[in-house]
Design a protein around this ligand. Structure first.
Ligand code: GDG
Length: 735
């Protein structure tokens, strides 16, 4: 496959299926475009970007000549790069892992999920296969947009071969709660695969929240407003509710053929007859049997509607090779037969069941003709049918009944929202819809329609791509501040040149890595040696600024010729005098009031503990279950915040710690003592926590400041870890 020379503006869309279908008829290969919403949405980007597609063409070639022919046609005429899959691959990767493991699990049908090692292996292999085609087709700086649950390992695979590329991933189905997700034996591999992307998109806020929660619980990744920092990379997680192709919709609604078909349909069923419509792929997630049972109950409870309402149920065959789907089909056939047999008459068939795919034009005519759309999935990522129905109701004369468990319910709150497992609720909704006053129908439909017209497929595509770009820009600005060799050389050369140097170091997370128990983070031999060597130099004044208590500081670092700051500045030991001085003179009765609150959290959150300092109290939650710790920390913070209002105490949320201490004391204020001491010609401050931000803010112009780890900061530079920080200290001490 020839490489397509390109620039940054090449966008590569990767999905299980290409937007074309290849088939063979009478010994001839036929290629038909099957543009879904996505392909349409991308058309609006085409002026700015060259768009290519990678995916399975839906056909297994008979021989290598045919394969080559198909390949050439697809590439040259459709910008589609095929990934050919063998029959065993389709069986294991597609029908197997994708549709027998992930699909049921992510739709909360965990009991239908199978966990077969061989299918997982095939899933891995096929994701690799996609990667190979990508490597033959793409350039390292392209933008990749990977779609859906079939390719969840691909973002990480692409990242490994093209580390600088921009990668977006969008999941079209729900992302389940972490309690369901963790059932998957290969949960960490899937999460890591997805986290190779720069941007991970979901239909709803809930799915994004579930994903963030799984990443935290299973991999320990914290997030800040939906952004996760992994080493030096940011991964943004957000919701992008998919819209529909509004333009196509409007075009078809104006088409005389569609209008004729709508009228024909209405006439056929009788002008007075109310039409209830549902359109689904035949899938257990769509709640079809439950809906039929609810309709049966409606008919049995409301005889006055007999012969006055018809339910048109369009089911599109789907995954017929998976046994659950075949069983479902049988159940649906049986239920339709039962209802029609029980209530039907010579002139009226209550359920008009169509089991085949119809051209989209016909679908629009049906939407247009229907008085009610009954969209009641058990669970659905979004459900575009609900949106298509609303969009087709130009005259606003229709009612949408929608499951609260469909992603689209987040945007379509004016629908009659139901729980499909509550048959009576559905029956009431059907009745309400049939008798709804015209004015109410119009006002509900108007609001929904306006929203759908605005947030259409173009809007969705553009905002996703824009969001990848924004994430990349944030990444670049961070990269720009990463302490590279050039930055290091500058610091070292300034250091060498200067005569009056102030070195301000935070302790935990900066000079030493965090450990499970705070008392285990003693300085190691090398650290002591480095600190001694740096503080011995007559031109240097070393200050270690910590939130730790005075006794620990003295015990661990008291023998070094440096100044110490304990409890964020409540105590200072300033050289050359070298005696501890208290900076606060406030009665500490307050501790007796705060302590029971913190102790209560200590007992409620296993692994957490309270630390008592002379002028502060801290509740540490580093060793708790990450989510519980985080949740309780926010709760405690809120409680204390109210409690401490109008006191001279301040509340601080540090790294896995909540601390209460005297107001007006912080690392910035303590640093000021040292900054004012002399006219320093070299200042270097190192810190990792947000308490160190006060220190960075207090520094004069020209000072060097370095944040250890990633996240928003006032510091001039980033460095990735305490280990990297140690390496810098080594170089300084050698200078
Ligand atoms: C997955 C997620 C998410 C249906 N019958 C015919 C036909 N359709 C079209 C509809 C609609 C689409 O198929 C169905 O989309 P849904 O959103 O309802 O459901 P899934 O197929 O399960 O899609 C879902 C979606 O991905 C997008 O992210 O919303 O939650 O499960 O557009 O119009 N089209 C034609 N003939 C038919 O007979 N031509």
């Amino acid at each position: 496959m020839g490489k397509n020379k390109s620039s940054k503006n090449k966008l590569i869309i990767i999905s299980n299926r290409l937007p074309v279908t290849v088939s063979r008829k009478k010994n001839q290969i036929i290629i038909k475009e099957s543009p879904g919403g996505l392909a349409t949405g991308l058309r609006s980007l085409k002026q700015k970007k060259k768009v290519l597609f990678i995916g399975w063409p839906g056909y297994i070639p008979r021989n290598s000549r045919e394969k080559k022919y198909i390949q050439e046609c697809l590439i040259n005429d459709h910008q589609c790069y095929p990934v050919f899959l063998s029959r065993p691959e389709l069986e294991k990767y597609y029908y197997g892992f994708s549709n027998r493991t992930i699909w049921p699990l992510f739709h909360y049908f965990s009991s239908l999920s199978t966990f077969e090692e061989l299918e997982w292996k095939s899933y891995q292999k096929v994701n690799q296969k996609f990667l190979h085609i990508i490597m033959e087709t793409a350039e390292p700086d392209n933008t990749f947009w990977v779609h859906d649950y079939h390719l969840m390992l691909l973002p990480e695979l692409i990242r490994k071969v093209f580390p600088e590329s921009s990668i977006g991933f969008f999941l079209h189905i729900p992302f389940p709660s972490s309690e369901i997700f963790r059932i998957l034996p290969w949960r960490t591999e899937i999460l890591e695969g997805l986290l190779g992307a720069d941007l991970i998109g979901f239909h709803t806020y809930e799915y994004a929240r579930h994903f963030l929660s799984s990443s935290l619980r299973l991999l320990g990744y914290e997030h800040e407003f939906g952004s996760i920092s992994i080493n030096n990379r940011i991964v943004r997680v957000d919701n992008f509710p998919m819209g529909i192709d509004v333009e196509k919709n409007n075009r078809l609604l104006a088409d005389p053929e569609v209008q004729r078909e709508t009228e024909h349909c209405r006439k056929l069923l009788g002008e007075e007859n109310k039409i209830i419509l549902s359109v689904d792929r035949l899938d257990y997630s769509k709640g079809i049997p439950q809906r039929l049972k609810a309709f049966e109950l409606f008919l049995s409870k409301n005889r006055e509607w007999h012969e006055k309402t018809t339910y048109i149920m369009l089911c599109v065959p789907s995954r017929t090779k998976v046994s659950h789907y075949r069983l479902l089909k049988e159940e649906i056939d049986r239920l339709v037969g039962k209802i029609n047999g029980r209530f039907g008459t010579a002139s009226w068939t209550p359920v008009n069941y169509i089991y085949r795919s119809r051209p989209f034009k016909k679908l629009i005519s049906l939407y247009s003709a229907a008085d009610i759309a009954l969209v009641t999935p058990v669970r659905d990522g979004m459900n575009l049918v609900a949106k298509e129905y609303v969009a087709a109701k130009k005259d606003h004369n229709g009612v949408l009944i929608l499951s609260g468990t469909a992603g689209s319910a987040e945007e379509l709150g004016e629908a009659l929202i139901v729980n499909i497992h509550n048959k009576n609720e559905v029956v009431d909704a059907i009745k309400k819809a049939l008798t709804m006053p015209q004015q109410e129908k119009i006002s509900r439909m108007k609001i929904m329609r306006k929203r759908i017209m605005e947030y259409d497929i173009k809007h969705w595509t553009q905002s996703f791509i824009k969001s990848i770009e924004e994430t990349k820009n944030i990444q670049a600005s961070r990269e720009h501040r990463k302490l590279n060799q050039h930055g290091k050389t500058e610091i070292l050369s300034q250091y060498k040149k200067s005569k009056k140097r102030l070195l301000l170091f935070d302790y935990d997370g900066t000079l030493i890595s965090f450990s499970k128990k705070p008392e285990d983070a003693r300085p190691d031999k090398e650290l002591k040696r480095l600190l001694i060597s740096l503080s011995k130099k007559t031109n240097n004044h070393v200050v270690i600024i910590s939130g730790r208590d005075r006794n620990t500081m003295e015990q661990w670092l008291g023998d070094i010729n440096c100044s110490l700051v304990a409890e964020h500045g409540s105590w200072l030991k300033i050289l050359p005098k070298g005696e501890w001085e208290r900076q606060v003179s406030i009665p500490f009765q307050w501790k007796y009031r705060i302590m029971p609150i913190l102790k209560n959290y200590e007992s409620r959150v296993p692994g957490s503990f309270v630390e008592e300092k002379e002028f502060g109290l801290a509740w540490h939650y580093r060793n708790t279950s990450p989510e519980l710790g985080k949740m309780r920390s926010h709760e405690l913070y809120d409680n204390l915040n109210e409690f401490l209002a109008n006191t001279s105490l301040q509340l601080m949320h540090g790294k896995k710690v909540i601390e209460v201490r005297i107001a007006g004391i912080n690392k910035g204020v303590s640093a000021d003592h040292f900054l004012r001491m002399k006219d320093w010609d070299f200042i270097l401050a190192l810190g990792d926590d947000w308490t160190d931000e006060d220190l960075f803010k207090a520094l004069p112009e020209g000072a060097f400041s370095i944040k250890i780890g990633y996240g928003p900061t006032e510091a001039g530079f980033y460095i990735e870890s305490p280990t990297a920080c140690r390496a810098l200290l080594r170089e300084l001490s050698k200078s």
